[in-house]
Ligand binder design. Structure first.
Ligand code: URA
Length: 210
């Protein structure tokens, strides 16, 4: 993947995102749309997975055909909103390994603090996709990617439903080697770090907490 930022302009993605943004969209519909859109984003982010030719038999003949090569990829969800992307991505890539990272913001230092970390083994040999629906300030994803690199990952991509220019800039300076795939580059952050026009609090909207 060559570009640092890929915005998936496909009409189905854009239509589903518009429905998700609307404040009248129910939790159940929001969750269903998130699942569908995450499958489409996963399709894009895995476009360059390596394949190798394998020998198979069809009902008619022997042939060789491509299959995915290398170790199973790893999906790492940043809790809790990353879990909303997990269902759809796993539906498309059911054999992926899954990890979780939990971070909270220390109110004094404003720095992200890790409270949970459990990831698949042999990260160095896997394509690692970090799941975080809202790339806002970028503080948590930058910290999560640093931690995942510390655990051995070398080939990492970020899958985000929405991105703010501020977060993209921060990721580009902290982790220029991590391409981002998103459905939209929105306009800006508001003064409390929410993405505009955005869709509100992604966690609250997908889990119905508010
Ligand atoms: N997290 C969210 O859930 N929404 C935003 O707009 C920004 C961060």
């Amino acid at each position: 993947m060559q570009d640092h930022l890929t915005v998936v302009e496909h009409p189905l993605v854009q239509h589903k995102l518009t429905l998700m943004r609307k404040d009248t969209t129910s939790t159940a519909v929001f969750r269903q749309l998130l699942k569908e859109i995450s499958m489409l984003l996963a399709y894009e982010i895995t476009r360059e997975l390596e394949t190798c030719q394998t020998a198979i038999r069809t009902p008619l003949t022997q042939t060789t055909a491509p299959a995915l090569a290398g170790k199973k990829l790893a999906l790492i969800s940043i809790l809790r909103a990353g879990n909303g992307l997990l269902d759809g991505v796993l539906e498309l890539i059911p054999s992926a390994r899954v990890g979780f990272i939990g971070l909270y913001r220390d109110e004094q230092t404003l720095e992200p603090v890790e409270y949970y970390f459990k990831v698949p083994t042999e990260l160095q040999d896997r394509l690692v996709i970090v799941l975080d629906p809202m790339l806002a300030t970028g503080n948590s994803i930058v910290a999560a990617v640093s931690r995942i690199k510390q655990a051995g990952a070398v080939r990492i991509r970020a899958l985000c439903l929405l991105a703010a220019p501020e977060g993209v800039k921060r990721m580009k300076s902290a982790h220029p080697d991590v391409p981002i795939v998103t459905a939209s580059l929105d306009e800006q952050l508001n003064d409390i770090g929410y993405i505009l026009p955005g869709l509100g609090d992604a966690g609250d909207r997908m889990f119905g907490t508010k």
